[in-house]
Design a binder for this molecule. Structure first.
Ligand code: NAD
Length: 275
């Protein structure tokens, strides 16, 4: 299997381009799934406090036995923990559940603009980063005005924005903003929660390359310079989703997939409204 690829964040840290997402993997299931992913070659795991599986993720990491410094562990602050003191406490709880001395990346999960504490929370994340307990800090589900607001107020640009992104919802305007500000774009639901597997155009490209539709979609993320975090608990699919570093989509394939973009293709909630 070819080497996995990485992207350099604006603070110099490198993140693997394919990580393992564990939303909807329950705490009991997580040890087995995370161990299987690490054994398949994944080094990056994406969890969150709200997923309720940080302890299970910790068990999977321990069971895999890979040195800590080779792993890239992300977790996220939930919406009801915004504000300085809440955020600092929430971070401590996550770190304890993960049984780690540091996480590689800590994210504000949603901006929750109606609560309007995300600038203060963003400052709290700087304190966490300064303590060395999060190597990098960033955000998730921030739209352009939310990013402009935190950058304007603090002067500190997040390393990453983790957003919904898949062939049916490509977020081109948001990605252009990220590129201008050196913010890496990380795609959540990179397989459109399974919907891309049903797309005939992707199926055709997959057939041509002797690959699966999931692999074509993940290759599309990689070749667009994105970080993607597919989720599966099925061992064969966990392996399949990581086996994407030894083939390439053509320019023509990429252009065809670009035509699938649909501004009504969003699956998850609108971050402006979500609390
Ligand atoms: P996904 O796009 O990764 O799709 C996962 C689903 O696709 C699986 O449940 C399975 O049904 C199917 N699947 C996976 N691999 C397959 C394969 N090879 N062949 C056929 N079917 C396959 O969706 P997701 O789980 O929503 O997103 C991935 C990760 O993104 C999550 O686990 C989580 O870590 C992260 N996420 C973050 C946010 C956020 O707000 N920041 C929101 C949603 C998800």
């Amino acid at each position: 299997m070819a080497q996995q690829t990485h992207i350099r964040l604006n603070d110099g840290v490198e993140i693997p381009q394919i990580g393992f997402g564990v939303w909807q993997v329950d705490n009991a299931e997580a040890p087995k799934a995370v161990k299987a992913a690490i054994e398949a070659g994944y080094r990056s795991i994406d969890t969150a406090a709200i997923y309720g599986n940080e302890e299970g993720v910790a068990a999977g990491i321990r069971a895999a036995g890979v040195p800590r410094e080779q792993l890239f562990i992300t977790t996220k602050l939930w919406n009801d923990r915004h504000g300085t003191q809440n955020a600092l406490k929430a971070f401590d709880e996550s770190l304890k559940k993960l049984r780690l001395e540091y996480v590689d990346l800590y994210l504000i999960h949603w901006p929750t603009p109606r609560t309007n504490l995300y600038v203060e929370t963003w400052r709290a994340l700087q304190e966490i980063k300064s303590s060395g307990r999060a190597k990098s800090v960033g955000v998730s589900n921030f739209k352009v005005p939310h990013l402009e607001h935190i950058i304007g107020e603090t002067g500190i640009v997040p390393v990453i924005n983790q957003i919904e992104l898949h062939p049916r919802f490509q977020q081109t305007v948001q990605r252009e903003f990220h590129a201008r500000h050196k913010i890496v774009t990380e795609s959540w639901s990179p397989l459109g929660q399974g919907r891309v597997m049903k797309d005939p155009l992707i199926a055709g490209i997959a057939q041509k390359h002797g690959r699966t539709p999931a692999q074509v979609a993940l290759r599309w993320h990689i070749q667009n310079g994105l970080v993607a975090i597919p989720k599966s608990v099925t061992p064969a699919r966990i392996v399949e989703n990581f086996d994407v570093f030894n083939f390439e989509l053509t320019e023509d394939d990429m252009a065809k997939i670009a035509t699938l973009d649909n501004n009504r293709g969003r699956i998850g909630p609108d971050p402006e409204l979500f609390t």
